[in-house]
Design a protein around this ligand. Structure first.
Ligand SMILES: Cc1cc2nc3c(=O)[nH]c(=O)nc-3n(C[C@H](O)[C@H](O)[C@H](O)COP(=O)(O)OP(=O)(O)OC[C@H]3O[C@@H](n4cnc5c(N)ncnc54)[C@H](O)[C@@H]3O)c2cc1C
Length: 418
């Protein structure tokens, strides 16, 4: 029997298990998936919990329900990978050997990386919404909050779903308006980026959307520490911003198991071939999802597009061929903007988010970089698609390679589709 081991059974690991189990004969292959947690979280849903739009039950299901019946499932902490010996050590000292390894251990928030973040105000006036516990605690807090200075801060990039903090600010604006207390809340969006977002066209549109909602933007703010006494965040260049409620997006880092294995960069992300999705060092190790160091978004949609490429390349490598599929960095994300509307962005390594229609030219039905109700319904449908198609490894009617169909290229922008 040949051995395929998948580390991490979240979005990408579950999807790959389902795809490969169908393709590989169970007489020749033993597939093992390893994860430390038994619960699967629909992480995009964490955004909606603080505003009472989703409840806990909307975002959790047992992981096992989504794994193929006859693969080996181990719920245990991975200690480390020993890539030169083709084996994985588990926290109970078990040794798991492999012929091929898929690393899908994702990324996690690390509030301990910012001085003062986990001090006495943590989960009292400082909250995250990148974990279920954080978003539930924030929902409780917001229910009784009477207003003041709300600061939404991104500690550093890259983060999972880079537009989620801005979506939080938009939804907060709509939430306080709905409760008739918007005039009592001052919202500031504080980012280490030079503008609202990374790329010029998108950044301009999003900056306008923030301005319309009277959300202030503090850019190029690299947080150094949090003063719990005086309730302020302080940047490395000594800028200070006062808060009554800090919604923090802490540093995101790859799994500690990657650090223990010595396989990652300074943020524990694994150097990955941007096209083949193979480890840059070990050809029998493949990396997918948030665990990679690729210059694209860390998003479930990206993991889905990568999945098509990785599946083909694994079949090639297993069959003794060179990898034939190439990932172009395709990323696609709805941006919830409040009041039943959302925007959509679609981009890849070489083409920044542009205005236009998606997926079909003229017809759409989704609009790129424009707030529409149809986009909002797309965002809300994503939950169903996630539970019923994405993690089950099913095909979706969207090409894993980005298409220029429907996109309008402004005259000032140079764009080269990959
Ligand atoms: C607030 C928020 C909003 C988001 N919104 C969107 C959105 O709108 N659209 C979108 O596409 N994406 C969104 N995302 C991002 C998306 O959820 C992630 O990019 C996606 O889940 C990544 O999949 P993954 O498989 O790489 O990681 P995960 O799904 O996080 O899986 C990693 C798995 O590895 C396991 N693991 C890690 N270390 C170990 C270890 N040492 N031992 C054992 N197991 C381990 C973990 O338990 C976990 O199950 C959002 C995320 C957040 C937090």
């Amino acid at each position: 029997m040949k051995k395929l081991v998948i580390l991490g059974g979240g979005t990408a690991g579950t999807m790959m298990a389902n795809k490969l189990w169908k393709a590989l004969s169970n007489k020749e292959w033993k597939i093992t998936i390893i994860d430390k947690e038994t619960t699967h979280y629909y992480q995009p849903g964490f955004l909606f919990i603080p505003f009472g739009i989703y409840q806990k039950e909307d975002v959790i299901k047992p992981k096992k329900k989504f794994y193929p019946q006859d693969i080996d499932v181990l719920f245990i902490d991975i200690d480390k990978i020993e890539p030169d010996q083709n084996r994985v050590l588990l926290s109970d000292k078990q040794i798991i050997e492999y012929d091929y390894l898929i690393v899908a251990t994702g990324s996690e928030i690390r509030p301990d990386e910012v001085e003062g973040m986990t001090g006495k105000l943590w989960r009292k006036s400082i909250f995250d919404f990148y974990t279920l516990e954080g978003s539930l605690a924030l929902a409780d807090f917001l229910e009784g909050w009477e207003g003041g200075r709300l600061v939404v801060n991104i500690a550093e990039m890259p983060i999972k779903c880079p537009v989620a903090p801005m979506e939080f600010a938009f939804l907060a604006d709509a939430y306080f308006k709905r409760r008739g207390m918007r005039d009592k809340v001052d919202i500031t969006f504080v980012t280490p980026l030079p503008g609202a977002f990374t790329k010029p066209v998108c950044s301009e549109v999003l900056a306008g959307t923030l301005e319309k909602r009277k959300i202030k933007v503090e850019s190029e703010f690299a947080i150094g520490k949090i003063d719990n006494q005086k309730k302020k965040i302080i940047s490395w260049d000594d800028r200070e911003i006062l808060f009554d409620l800090l919604v923090a997006v802490p540093t995101n880092m790859g799994s500690r198991a990657i650090q223990r294995s010595g396989m990652g960069d300074e943020l524990n992300y694994i150097p990955t071939d941007r096209n083949t999705l193979q480890s840059k060092v070990w050809k029998n190790i493949f990396v997918i999802g948030d665990a990679t160091d690729l210059p694209t978004s860390k998003a479930g949609a990206v993991a889905h597009f990568e999945g098509d490429v990785l599946f083909q390349n694994m079949i090639d490598v297993i069959s003794g061929r060179t990898p034939s599929a190439s990932f172009d960095g395709h990323s696609n994300c709805f941006i919830e903007s409040g009041n039943g509307k959302a925007m959509l962005i679609d981009f890849n390594y070489n083409t920044e988010p542009l205005p236009g229609k998606f997926p079909l030219s003229v017809i759409g039905p989704f609009s790129l970089l424009e707030e529409t109700a149809i986009n909002h319904w797309g965002k809300m449908m994503f939950k169903w698609i996630y539970w019923n198609a994405i993690i089950k490894g099913r095909e979706l009617p969207i090409n894993s390679h980005m298409s220029m169909a429907g996109k309008k290229v402004p005259k000032t922008i140079k764009t080269a589709p990959a």
